[in-house]
Write a protein that binds this ligand. Sequence first.
Ligand code: SF4
Length: 483
Amino acid sequence: MGCQMNVLDSELVLGQLCALGYEPTHELASADLVLLNTCSVRQHAEDKVYSRLGEVGRAKAKHPEMLVGVIGCMAERDHEGLRRRARHVDLLCGPGNLNEIPALIEEIELARREHGKLTVALALEHDHSRREPAARRTLLYDSIEALDISRTKPMEGSLLQSYVRVQRGCDKFCTFCVVPFTRGPERSRPPGHIVEEARRLVDLGAREITLLGQTVNSYSYDEGTRVTRFAELLARVHEVPGLERLRFVTSYPGDFTDDILEAMRDLPRLCEYLHLPAQSGSNAVLKRMRRQYTVEQYVELFERARAMVPGISLAGDFIVGFSGETEEEHAATLALLTRVRYKNVYMFKYSERPGTLAERRMIDDIPEDVKSRRHAELSTLQHEISLAHHQALVGQCVEVLVEGYSKAAVRAQESEQSRGQETSWRRSDQLTGRTRTDEIVVFSGSPSLIGQLATIRVTAATALTLHGEVASGPGPLVSSPTV
Ligand code: SF4
């Protein structure tokens, strides 16, 4: 569950388990080990974990040997609550300790063999009962770096578009956000490790790499004699032979420097896409959120980005109904959407998170129906802007990295298979891919295009998707992409 960082963490943990001889299964009843990788950013995400744990608990009742673990941010934030409310959980592991999962499994199995009873194995950044905090600190860095460099070819999914972590944690402490409490302080990885990981992924078949960080543009690695900053890291990864596209998410507006825009302008494989969360269009709200920039600075950054990087597309994040948000402050957010004209926007209703400054010092005083109405207003406005953005592309040719069959084609296959019919879905050959500027394109084409760059002429548009037709043939084939 949760963000791209969790998608990557799940892939790395799966790789470690496969090295121990585990194999993935989609049948809960046949699983020996179930791990839920969790998110704490909103209450709704945590409620979903308890609901899934109920389902897993029923499976475990029939298969008592099953090991159940909760990993990720919720394990770090609320391990006591999880132990109290989900007694069938055997293992809890925070996001900074994922490399310890094999050792935790071993610990549980040993305890079962020796005492014949279950124990809860814990590995958390704030678990001072297991080790001294100072020793933990050093080990922590080694442990999380070891997880990334242990990466193997994924057992599931496709390598075509791969994530590479460049930093962990966050030091910003925005008042609404739980991430600094669950993922700890900001730590950047050595640039040589990042470049090497990108090189290995490309050798295995990756064509696009997205560099990940909570505030990715704050990346800074001090090797004593010199400091590598984010623009330089981009230039180094960009030179990996065979890499077709490079992206990065998520940026923090306050730390965004022009050398990154220059890199986006000058490096041909670095995509012209910038995801820059604003969170609000009101300076008063930004101040209550402790976002460390003003609306004017944010807009000025976008204007510079548009001037320096031709064709750049912009995405944003917004929280509606933050503590004390007035109608005027909400109107300022609507005005910011109109002014910036994002390609797309991720918007969320404010959800108070335990332990944050907003939870301790402010009141979550906007009624749910008001949050819902404001969310709907933002959503309606952005729908119009996204539709206009997409319609402007009709008639043009775009470069698409073909990811696989479209959702409609996959649904058709699943429904035919569930009815026991011979599948005819390949005949539809409806494919999907993404442009350099992150638009989703659906088009008819040969399955041999999957994993390749294709030129597509856009013929129609909705607010979410472009539709098109192949304008030119396939480029060189890549190794075994999966759908
Ligand atoms: S920058 Fe703010 S919102 Fe983003 S992860 Fe850090 S604390 Fe959370």
